[in-house]
Write a protein that binds this ligand. Structure first.
Ligand code: PLP
Length: 405
């Protein structure tokens, strides 16, 4: 039999959030078992519904949204995104600088494809949202991971970033607020990153999809507002703050050194044209989302559902012997540390599988986020308090007798 094999381009590409542990969970579900899912940042199934005005706009525009749009997106939607950034002080942003995509995911893959030649390097955080590493690898590039330091509230280690820049480094990815750590970076830290990018002429990739999901008194500082001499690509969208992951709506905004990047931008235009356009009906939601009072503020303020779930999950996880975690200030995840000596953990995917089989709880192992040691895992705190409590109680029970073989 002549075997049909996947392209070698995919040899080192992986996306473990939807990897073997999830496959096993699906098999258990097919057998009729109930799995408590703490694995994916998808708000809708947990009862976080989209603002009604957004749904109404999509429905109202459905009949007239049957054709393709401009490959970069509807003018009115792009204009709304442009105004959103102009209001932050980015006055030179034009409609042409906005690309709408089927989620931020598509824009991530497109932007990286447009920049990297084989062997080019990109600085990517560890831990990361693994699509970044996968996209860089698929584009023929090399993801060089810089460390985010748990001891420093998961802030990126600037010295490590500096040490990892080479003559082949083309760009740096900054995920803020961060998935999976929940860290929200200070202006000072971001300025230091900008300075490194300036010294080495790096393109800045600012993934800010959680920019509106912020707890406590911290501020989110959009990276693009900190320089106008560096090329910055900012990524954001409606999946998280507006709870419509399934509609697939995101964008990329190009700012800063646009003149110098003319050729790269022409490449982005080619890539945008090749996929014709993003899903059109949901482009009609963008203006409504950004223009009105449609944010997630009530959910993230004290007393709000997400805020309270974060408090509960953080407290309960830290109370488990052998588990500790930094309090997230943004996004919807915790990235707890496991005492690997106590539990003899040397393979964190096996740990996630063992937990799934024994307690029917689905988490993602830390190495799935390109974290180099098997000593972390990610928990999504979207389930209601009752389910979160149940899940973390079961985790505690599981760990009370766990030692990996
Ligand atoms: N970036 C980060 C940091 C994410 O966590 C996610 C989704 O979880 C995405 C990008 C992709 O979002 P979407 O494609 O739904 O816009």
């Amino acid at each position: 039999m002549q075997l049909i094999e996947k392209s070698t381009k995919l040899d080192s590409v992986c996306y473990d959030i939807r990897g073997p542990v999830l496959e096993q969970a699906k098999r258990l579900e097919d057998e009729g078992q109930r799995i408590l899912k703490l694995n994916i940042g998808n708000p809708a199934p947990f009862g976080f519904e989209a603002p009604e005005e957004i749904l109404i706009d999509v429905i109202r525009n459905l009949p007239t949204a049957q054709g393709y749009s401009d490959s970069k997106g509807l003018y009115s939607a792009r204009k709304a995104v442009m105004q959103h950034y102009q209001a932050m002080g980015l006055r030179s942003v034009t409609v042409d600088d906005i690309y709408l995509g089927n989620g931020v995911s598509e824009m991530i893959v497109m932007s990286v494809q447009g920049l990297l030649n084989n062997g080019d390097e990109m600085l990517v955080p560890a831990p990361d949202y693994p699509l970044w590493t996968a996209a860089v690898t698929l584009a023929g590039g090399k993801a060089v991971h810089y460390t985010c330091d748990e001891q420093a509230g998961w802030f990126p280690d600037i010295d490590d970033i500096k040490a990892k820049v080479s003559s082949r480094t083309k760009g740096i990815v900054v995920i803020n607020p961060n998935n999976p750590t929940g860290a929200v970076y200070s202006r000072e830290l971001l300025m230091q990153i900008v300075e490194v990018a300036r010294q080495h002429n790096l393109v800045i990739f600012a993934d800010e999809i959680y920019s509106k999901i912020i707890y406590d008194e911290v501020n989110h500082v959009p990276l693009a507002t900190l320089s106008d001499d560096l090329l910055t690509l900012t990524f954001n969208g409606l999946s998280k703050a507006y709870r419509i992951c399934g509609f697939r709506s995101g964008w990329m905004m190009v700012s800063g050194a646009k003149q110098a990047a003319k050729d790269f931008i022409a490449g982005l235009d080619i890539l945008a044209s090749m996929r014709l356009c993003a899903n059109v009906p949901v482009q009609h939601a963008i203006q409504t989302a950004l223009g009105g009072y449609q944010t997630i503020d009530d959910l993230v303020a004290p007393g709000g559902r997400l805020y309270e779930q974060r408090e509960l999950a953080y407290q309960m996880l830290n109370d488990i012997p052998g588990v500790s975690c930094v309090k997230p200030q943004g996004a919807m995840y915790l990235f707890p540390k496991l005492d690997v000596k106590k539990f003899n953990i040397h393979d964190d995917q096996q740990f996630a599988l063992d937990l799934l089989m024994k307690e029917k709880i689905l988490i993602v192992q830390g190495t799935g986020f390109n974290w180099p040691q098997p000593d972390h895992f990610r928990v999504v705190f979207l389930p209601r308090q009752r389910d979160l409590k149940d899940a973390i109680d079961r985790l505690e029970h599981f760990l009370s007798s766990y030692r990996q073989a």
